[in-house]
Design a protein around this ligand. Structure first.
Ligand code: GLY
Length: 320
């Protein structure tokens, strides 16, 4: 029986490995996906998700997350929530309600507290050093504080042909307080239909939303495209439209899986990586290259992975 899970970025590897065990044992897509995203949220070294995520411009960590059930189209999301350990679980709980599915800021925190979700101070010492160093760099260098952003997004298929999708992110580093990106927005950061497939995005939320890119990919698959054809077309089209109308396009990277467990990936940046596991292949990390005519990818080598983990965990020095 087929099952599968695909996720943005290397940080998802451990989570999708665990999810794969759940799916292999005939567990359901919703549980497997939530568990996999919790694993990323709990990791202290991932700068754009959960604990250790980088703060907004007032040095406050504000988190966005979403959950979608591909059978029922139930969607739940939180935006700009502070100091809860696992926003994905709050989003999943909200998805089961008839109304009030998307809560932001204080309202989201109030709901989470009332329903017993774990509180946690999400700003780490490491994130504070990143923040202080960025403030120093901005004094002398002409850089954008927003560079290098990695949201986790996942699409999951179980043996019963049910699918789920989810996202979790701390959003852009040094964003305005209250800023919400694509990740909790249905159709932009994620979309899934168990009768077709699902997609999820990472990159510059403000630009991803302009193309409702996850819905677009699922819609293309619904019209008969393979996941790879759909992501190539959706990313290529949005990238071209943004450049022609606005002279530039922000970072756009997507992964998709259909309800047969076939998958696809496309990006307009260098260095995008993703992780996938299916009934036919063990959990694997791939690294992408972006070319004018599309995206290619190759399995991450051991040296690449060692370098990734060493860099992520290396002690950080204060610039001042
Ligand atoms: N893609 C995540 C964000 O822009 O917040």
């Amino acid at each position: 029986m087929m099952w599968g899970i695909i996720a943005t970025w290397t940080m998802a590897y451990d989570g999708i490995k665990e999810a794969g065990e759940i799916l292999q044992a005939a567990g359901n897509a919703k549980d497997a996906l939530e568990k996999a995203i919790i694993d990323v949220e709990n990791g202290p070294y991932y700068k754009s998700v959960g604990y250790g995520g980088l703060p907004n411009k007032e040095m406050i960590v504000e988190l966005d997350a979403a959950f979608m059930d591909g059978d029922t189209f139930d969607v739940g999301a939180v935006g700009a929530i502070q100091d809860f350990a696992n926003p994905i679980s709050i989003a999943r709980a909200l998805s089961t309600k008839k109304v009030n599915n998307i809560l932001v800021g204080e309202g989201a925190a109030k709901y989470a507290a009332q329903h017993g979700f774990e509180r946690k101070t999400m700003l780490t010492e490491r994130a504070k050093i990143h923040y202080d160093n960025k403030i120093e760099q901005l004094k002398t260098e002409d850089i954008k504080p927003y560079d290098g952003h990695d949201t986790v997004g996942m699409v999951c298929l179980d043996q019963g042909n049910s699918m789920a999708a989810g996202t979790s992110t701390s959003g852009l580093f040094m964003k305005e307080p209250g800023r919400v990106g694509d990740s909790p927005i249905c159709g932009s950061g994620f979309y899934v239909d168990s009768k077709v497939g699902g997609a999820t995005a990472t990159g510059l939320g403000e630009d991803l939303m302009k193309g409702c890119i996850s819905y677009e990919i699922v819609s293309l698959m619904k019209r008969g495209m393979s996941p790879q054809e759909a992501v190539d077309k959706a990313v290529g089209d949005l990238n071209r439209e943004l450049i022609s109308r606005r002279s530039q396009a922000g970072d756009i990277s997507v992964v998709a899986m259909n309800n047969q467990g076939q998958w696809g990936v496309a990006t307009n940046i260098e260095g995008f990586s993703f992780a996938v596991a299916t009934a036919d292949q063990p959990a694997t990390v791939y690294v992408c290259e972006n070319h004018e005519d599309g995206t290619t990818y190759a399995e991450a080598t051991e040296a690449w992975l060692n370098n990734y983990y060493t860099t992520r965990k290396a002690p950080l020095k204060r610039l001042k």
